[in-house]
Design a protein around this ligand. Structure first.
Ligand code: AMP
Length: 372
C-alpha cells in the first residue's frame, strides 16, 4: 500500500525521496501536470475539491498526509472517512486562518504579538489605536512568503494599507522589534513521543526565506540550551494540544524578552531542509515514520549546516558541486522570478561552513532572478 499526499510540490518530492529507502511508495494529488513530486511518484492530476479524484487517491493509499497548508479542510475531512489523515485536519484548520491560529496559540498561554481581527475601516482604526504604530496587517487566509501583508508605521500607511488589503478579513498585530527569526521543528508520533531538531536561524528577503543556519548560533552554550528548552516547550504544547502526528514547524521571533510565536506550519518546512544532510534523521523521514507509526529517529545534528534557497534560477551545477560539502537539490521546476526552484545545503564543513555558505549565497544571487 501507498502513502497519499495532498500537494505535489518540492516538499512532497523530498518526502518521497526520503521514504523510498523505507520501502514506501507514493501517490500525489496536485492540479498541475508534471508537478515536482509527480516526477518521482504517481500523480493524480486534479483539483483538491474534486471528490472523484479524492476518492481515487483514498482508494490507492493506507494513509494520507499533506505537504502544503492551503488544501481545503473539507478535502482532508472527506479523506478521513476512507483512510487515516495525518497531521489531523484540525491542525490544518487552525493554521489556515492566521486569526484562529494566533487565538489558539495565545489560549495555550504562549507569547504572541498582541492582535485584533479586522474587517472594517473602523476596526482597523481601533486596532491601530489600541496597539500603537507600527503594526503589521495580514490577510487571515492564504498568505505565504510575506504576500497579503502590509507594515504600517505612519497614519498615512494605514490609509494606504486599507486600500490594498481591504476586502479580505485581516489580522492586525503589533510590530515585533525582533533581533532575529528562529524556527523550531518538532515531530510527534501516535503514542505522543516527541523529538525536536536544534533551533534554526532564518533570514528572509522580501518575505522569502533566503538562508537557514542550524543549529542557530548563540553567544554561550548555556544560552543555546535555555532558548532551545523554551522553544521545545512551546512546540510540545502545540503538538499535544492538537494530538498531532507528523512534523510541525513553529516560526518564532527572538526578542530581548523571550521567544514570541509568529506562525506555524502543519507540515515539513523549508527551514528544515538542512536536516537531510545535517541531522541524523531528516524532517522528511521522521514525518513518514510518524504517520506510519514507526519509531522516530534521532534529530540531533553532529555539526553546523547552512541551507541557501535557490530562488528564480540556479547557478551552474558544476560550479556549485566543485565546492566541498555542497549538497544540491533541484526540484524539477521551471525558473520563474520569486519561485523557489531548489536549495543548497552545506553540511559537514565544520569551521568552513559560513565561508562556503557566503560563497554559495553570492552564486545563488547572481544566477537567480533575485536581483536588486
Ligand atoms: P509571515 O507570513 O507571518 O511569516 O510574515 C512574513 C514576515 O513578515 C516574517 O518572517 C517577519 O519577517 C515579518 N513579520 C510578520 N509579522 C510580524 C510582526 N508582528 N512584527 C514584525 N515583523 C513581522
Amino acid at each position: 500500500m501507498t502513502i497519499g499526499v495532498l500537494g505535489g510540490g518540492q516538499l512532497g518530492r523530498m518526502l518521497a525521496l526520503a521514504a523510498y529507502p523505507l520501502g514506501e511508495t507514493f501517490v500525489f494529488l496536485d492540479p498541475s501536470r508534471g508537478a515536482p513530486a509527480g516526477q518521482v511518484g504517481d500523480q493524480v492530476v486534479g483539483a483538491y475539491d474534486d471528490l472523484a479524484k479524492l476518492a481515487e487517491l483514498a482508494k490507492r493509499c493506507r494513509v494520507v498526509t499533506y505537504e502544503f497548508e492551503s488544501v481545503p479542510v473539507a478535502a482532508a475531512r472527506f479523506l478521513e472517512a476512507h483512510a487515516p489523515v495525518y497531521p489531523p485536519p484540525r491542525a490544518l484548520e487552525v493554521a489556515q486562518d492566521r486569526l484562529n491560529e494566533k487565538r489558539f496559540v495565545a489560549e495555550l498561554g504562549i507569547a504572541t504579538s498582541p492582535f485584533f481581527g479586522v474587517s472594517t475601516h473602523e476596526e482597523l482604526e481601533h486596532a491601530v489605536e489600541a496597539l500603537g504604530l507600527p503594526v503589521v496587517a495580514k490577510t487571515r487566509n492564504f498568505g505565504y512568503d510575506g504576500k497579503g501583508q502590509a507594515v504600517m508605521r505612519t497614519p498615512e500607511d494605514v490609509a494606504a494599507a486599507w486600500e490594498t488589503l481591504s476586502g479580505a478579513p485581516l489580522i492586525v498585530e503589533r510590530f515585533v522589534p525582533f533581533e532575529r527569526e528562529l524556527s523550531i521543528l518538532g515531530v510527534r508520533g501516535k503514542d505522543g513521543t516527541k523529538r525536536f531538531w536544534p533551533l534554526v536561524e532564518n533570514r528572509h528577503e522580501r518575505g522569502i526565506l533566503r538562508r537557514s543556519t542550524a543549529p542557530a548560533p548563540f553567544s554561550t552554550p548555556a544560552d543555546a540550551a535555555r532558548v532551545q528548552a523554551q522553544a521545545e516547550a512551546i512546540s510540545a504544547q502545540i503538538l499535544d494540544a492538537l494530538e498531532y502526528v507528523g512534523v510541525l514547524a513553529v516560526e518564532l521571533f527572538d526578542t530581548p524578552s523571550g521567544l514570541v510565536v509568529n506562525e506555524m506550519a502543519p507540515r515539513v518546512h523549508n527551514s528544515g531542509h538542512w536536516t537531510i544532510e545535517g541531522s541524523v534523521t531528516s524532517q522528511f523521514e521522521n514525518h513518514v515514520r510518524a504517520i506510519l507509526d514507526l519509531p522516530l529517529g534521532d534529530t540531533s545534528a553532529p555539526g553546523p549546516s547552512v541551507m541557501i534557497n535557490l530562488i528564480g534560477g540556479w547557478p551552474e551545477r558544476a560550479a556549485l558541486l566543485a565546492l566541498p560539502h555542497v549538497h544540491l537539490h533541484l526540484y524539477g521546476k521551471t525558473a520563474q522570478p520569486g519561485r523557489k526552484v531548489g536549495h543548497v545545503t552545506i553540511a559537514g564543513a565544520g569551521a568552513d561552513t559560513t565561508r562556503l555558505a557566503d560563497q554559495v549565497e553570492a552564486m545563488a544571487r547572481t544566477s537567480g532572478s533575485f536581483r536588486e
